[in-house]
Design a protein around this ligand. Structure first.
Ligand code: DOR
Ligand code: ZN
Length: 333
């Protein structure tokens, strides 16, 4: 078993850095783990114009100057081709679709995906990527992703050239669907869906730090997801969906969904891939397939991890991280 591991500097193709006072600490913590990140737009106010894309990127870079920052903007039906081009010029490479009310700051989300088709048609023409929060609102929580898949199928039928990422894929049905659709449909995989099931939220005790959307599901779902990754399928790549919320926002009457995983994501993945004897697959999963899908160059910088136990702090940047208080086996050198 190796004691040192040299890896390509990871990309995170799905991260939340928030806004205002919190932004700097979350951006710095991302900078310690990743070389390049794709930042989600569900901030307050949202990222939904060329101006806001530019401003958000500048704010992130001011806090974390060594990060390569890629942006998303919230999908809505009002964009013109000119605006989409302007957003791209300012650093956006994808639009994020949020159904109404399914997750944090989605009160302005979409109720009819068909209303978005004119914008999506432009995106297909401009080769902008569509990132989907693939959950159907108003359905039993464990079925939301499964019930969304009909929209994914319809999208790819109507827009056959559109590149689509089904974000934070969490159910066996969605994994299988992504596998069976053409190469321009991929999925991000989070560290938490890779290791957690519903049991880790409500099994023995209530663990709000593991509550997120989509909800981690049954053992079978987790196994199917892991099998897809461990098959080396290039449609599945890392997007942590690291989504910090201050402790008091998660542990209250109406707790926020989101798991703060950025500080522990890579050490956990190394441990999991090592357990399965699949460390050789890790470089492509964390720093290859995603870049290829987004048609951006792979990064060639390296980072070394060493086998050294460390205890995850109970709180980081005011938020409870994934695996808080537990001992991890790998650390950055
Ligand atoms: O659990 C989640 N938290 N899922 C999401 O899709 C959004 C995220 C957040 O922004 O807090
Ligand atoms: Zn997210």
């Amino acid at each position: 078993m190796p004691q040192e591991l040299s890896l390509p500097v990871p990309d995170d193709f799905h991260i939340h850095l928030r806004q205002g006072q919190d932004l700097a600490s979350y951006a710095k913590s991302a900078e310690q783990q990743f070389g390049r990140i794709l930042v989600m737009p569900n901030t307050e106010p949202p990222v939904n114009s060329a101006e806001s894309v530019k401003k958000y990127k500048a704010e992130i870079l001011a806090a974390a100057p060594s990060l390569k920052v890629l942006l998303t903007f919230k999908l809505n039906k009002n964009y013109t081709e000119q605006e989409l081009l302007e957003m791209r010029k300012n650093g956006a490479i994808a639009a994020k679709y949020y159904p109404l009310g399914v997750t944090t700051n989605s009160q302005d989300g979409v109720s009819q995906i068909e209303d978005m088709y004119p914008t999506i048609e432009l995106m297909e023409k401009l080769d902008l990527v569509l990132c989907l929060h693939g959950e159907e609102p108003g359905v039993f929580c464990l079925d939301r992703e499964k019930k969304f898949l009909k929209h994914l199928e319809k999208l790819i039928r109507i827009f056959p050239k559109l590149r689509i990422v089904l974000e934070h894929v969490s159910s066996a049905e969605a994994v299988e669907r992504v596998k069976s659709l053409p190469q321009n449909v991929a999925a991000t995989v989070t560290v938490h869906h890779f290791i957690l099931t519903l049991d880790d939220i409500v099994g023995d005790s209530l663990r709000p730090q593991n509550f997120c959307k989509p909800i981690p599901k049954l053992p079978k779902d987790k196994e199917v997801l892991r099998a897809a990754v461990f098959s080396g399928n290039n449609k599945f790549f890392l997007g942590t969906d690291s989504a910090p919320h201050a402790l008091e926002k998660k542990e209250c009457l109406c707790g926020a969904a989101g798991i703060y995983s950025a500080p522990v994501a890579i050490p956990i993945l190394i441990e999991e891939f090592e357990k399965e004897n699949e460390l050789a697959l890790l470089p492509n999963f964390i720093a290859g397939f995603g870049a290829d899908f987004y048609k951006i160059p792979r990064q060639n910088k390296k980072v070394t991890y060493i086998k050294k136990e460390w205890q995850v702090p109970k709180i980081i940047d005011g938020a409870v991280p994934l695996r808080a208080g537990e001992v991890l086996k790998w650390d950055r050198k």
